[in-house]
Ligand binder design. Structure first.
Ligand SMILES: Cc1cc2nc3c(=O)[nH]c(=O)nc-3n(C[C@H](O)[C@H](O)[C@H](O)COP(=O)(O)OP(=O)(O)OC[C@H]3O[C@@H](n4cnc5c(N)ncnc54)[C@H](O)[C@@H]3O)c2cc1C
Length: 388
């Protein structure tokens, strides 16, 4: 990164319109950084909000209720919107590479990455070709639309659909229940999870609750099993057994974008960007990262939209500090966050280590309220500017 002079206009570039950047752009729209050009590069114009994703699959939300209109947000923030999939970055020159090989020579003074994560498909034979990944979200929604279409075409006496969900974390469990709520009861669901219990990171009571709920909803849970091959109509497990499958959803551990490996930025053992508590990449002044793609030194955090949202305030503060030449502050994440996991039956489960498990309509109402409020802040801010 070049060291900017204080009087010259500086350029702040955001790569990826994830939750953190969306909130920072909103804040910059409310309180602009003087003498600062801002650019957002995103491979989608509508950025999905993860909190509402299972609700979208469960038919509770429409697409526009769970997507942030990034070009509109950029207009609000006075930022340029560049539609591109970044696939390379040279920290020394600041040059970004696009997927088609073309360079984006934006000369950023400060740059921030919020490009999320996606489950790794290439480690299992056939997964790349046949499985539907949970991320990027447009691919998940497109896969879900195909399932709905296939289900609608089954004649009354026809064979039911067979769906496999791979990965028994909160995302996999919530997605399974959401899909099951929308398909005929005869649909066969298998939830395959490599670990000994579902929902790592949640307490036993929450796990038991979901194990019972899945069983009651006709889902077969297969623990301690790994998928070793996905084929067009069959999925092979590591115990030698095979399951018939029309659709396989891949909701395994999130992995970082591969192109980061070529950037020379410091990565952790899994390939996520190593950042300090300031969210600045290790050893790179003016280069920041937040959300799933960032790994804070000595502070392992679950990959969750909640943390991506919470990183917005410290990232904004540190971008302002970096711009003003002031020392950066540290982000101190909460160790335990409250999770609200929807069960696609008008209820949600409240999960926190020391809390008793609440599974109720009030919990769903609470979750819905939080998520709607999150989305509303964008619409309201943009509307207020448009009517000024
Ligand atoms: C099924 C499922 C359900 C989930 N439910 C919840 C939930 O209820 N609550 C919760 O807290 N978390 C949930 N999560 C986790 C959550 O989705 C992620 O932790 C969260 O989205 C991470 O946010 P982020 O801002 O880091 O990145 P993202 O939300 O993934 O945003 C990254 C953005 O960058 C763009 N992008 C990516 N690569 C590039 C590139 N190379 N160039 C340009 N643009 C790029 C993407 O299109 C995307 O818009 C769920 C995950 C799954 C799979």
């Amino acid at each position: 990164m070049k060291t900017p002079s204080h009087s010259a206009q500086r350029h702040l570039v955001f790569v990826g319109g994830g939750h953190t950047h969306a909130l920072v752009l909103l804040a910059l729209g409310k309180t602009p950084l003087p003498n600062c050009r801002i650019t957002l590069i995103s491979d989608v114009e509508s950025a999905p909000y993860s909190g509402m994703l299972p609700g979208r699959v469960a038919g509770i939300y429409e697409d526009d209720e769970m997507h942030i209109d990034l070009p509109r947000l950029c207009r609000y923030a006075g930022a340029d919107f560049v539609s591109a999939h970044v696939s390379g970055y040279e920290p020394e020159t600041g040059i970004l590479q696009q997927e088609d090989g073309e360079a984006l020579d934006l000369r950023p003074d400060f740059i921030s990455f919020n490009v999320g994560s996606a489950p790794k498909l290439d480690a299992v034979t056939g997964a790349q070709q046949w499985a539907i990944p949970s991320k990027p979200v447009p691919r998940l929604l497109e896969g879900w639309a195909r399932v709905r279409e296939a289900a609608a075409q089954i004649p009354p006496e026809g064979d039911p659909l067979r769906i496999i969900v791979v990965g028994g974390g909160a995302g996999g469990v919530e997605l399974t229940l959401a899909m099951q709520s929308q398909l005929p009861e005869s649909t066969r669901f298998d939830l395959v999870h490599g670990g000994d219990h579902l929902l790592p990171g949640h307490n036993d009571r929450v796990r038991r609750r979901f194990t019972n709920l899945l069983a009651a909803r006709g889902v077969t849970t297969r623990l301690g099993k790994r998928v070793v091959e996905v084929m067009e109509k069959q999925t092979r497990l590591d115990d030698g057994s095979s399951l018939e499958s029309d659709f396989v959803f891949w909701v395994t551990q999130p992995a970082p974008p591969k192109w980061l490996q070529e950037t020379g930025l410091e990565l952790n053992e899994k390939g996520f960007l190593r950042v300090g508590p300031t969210l600045e990449c290790l050893g790179r002044r003016g280069v920041f990262a937040a959300g799933d793609v960032a790994s804070i030194e000595d502070t392992p955090l679950p990959k969750s939209g909640v943390y991506a949202v919470r990183m917005a305030a410290p990232l904004e503060a540190n971008l302002r500090a970096a711009w003003a030449g002031n020392p950066l502050g540290s982000y101190e994440p909460q160790r335990h966050i409250l999770s609200l996991i929807g069960t696609a039956d008008g209820r949600a489960v409240v999960s926190r280590p020391w809390l008793p498990t609440l599974h109720s309509r009030i919990a769903w109402w609470w979750k819905d309220r939080i998520d709607q409020r999150f989305m509303r802040q964008f619409v309201e801010a943009e509307r207020s500017r448009e009517t000024d």
